[in-house]
Write a protein that binds this ligand. Structure first.
Ligand code: FES
Length: 157
């Protein structure tokens, strides 16, 4: 189900915490990195690995928006829409992303390159408005910057 490298990371994680269950989130993030999202088989696999029930894993997953239950685009854009970003123009950022990609929040472009979601505070309020793409921060955004960022990813693809 997973590569040897991922399996050895799982083994390591399960051994370093006083309670095996503490390895849950790191394991899910590693699994997601390999498959692009957390498959339902992964939930069962990780639950068994850590002596948890699948429903426990499932309920914990529901709390973390960084864990994806469905496939996302190669470039997954998370647009902060919380207070500081909203006051500094996150609406325009979101509209720009939707216009450039032709998708609504939660959807994937037809070519599989992009997906975008709204996000509650990315923790960089002093540099609002902010978005993350595959975990990398893009700060002090305006529409022009967002267009350049998306165009840059398109050229790389
Ligand atoms: S409100 Fe956007 S990063 Fe905190």
């Amino acid at each position: 189900m997973f590569s040897q490298e991922t399996e050895s990371k799982f083994k390591h994680l399960a051994s370093i915490y006083p309670r095996k269950r503490s390895a849950l989130i790191p394991m899910l993030l590693i699994a997601q990195k390999e498959h692009g999202y957390v498959k339902s088989e992964t939930i069962e696999y990780v639950a068994k690995y850590l002596d948890l029930s699948a429903s426990e894993v499932d309920s914990i997953m529901s709390f973390y928006t960084l864990l994806h239950r469905n496939p996302v685009g190669k470039y997954h854009i998370m647009i902060c829409t919380n207070l500081a970003c909203m006051l500094r123009g996150s609406d325009e950022i979101e509209t720009c992303v939707q216009r450039k990609l032709g998708v609504r929040p939660g959807e994937i472009t037809a070519d599989g390159l992009f997906s975008a979601i709204e996000f509650e505070c990315l923790g960089s309020c002093t540099t609002a408005p902010v978005m993350q793409v595959n975990g990398e921060f893009y700060e002090n955004l305006d529409v022009k910057k967002v267009e350049e960022i998306i165009d840059g990813f398109r050229k790389r693809a």
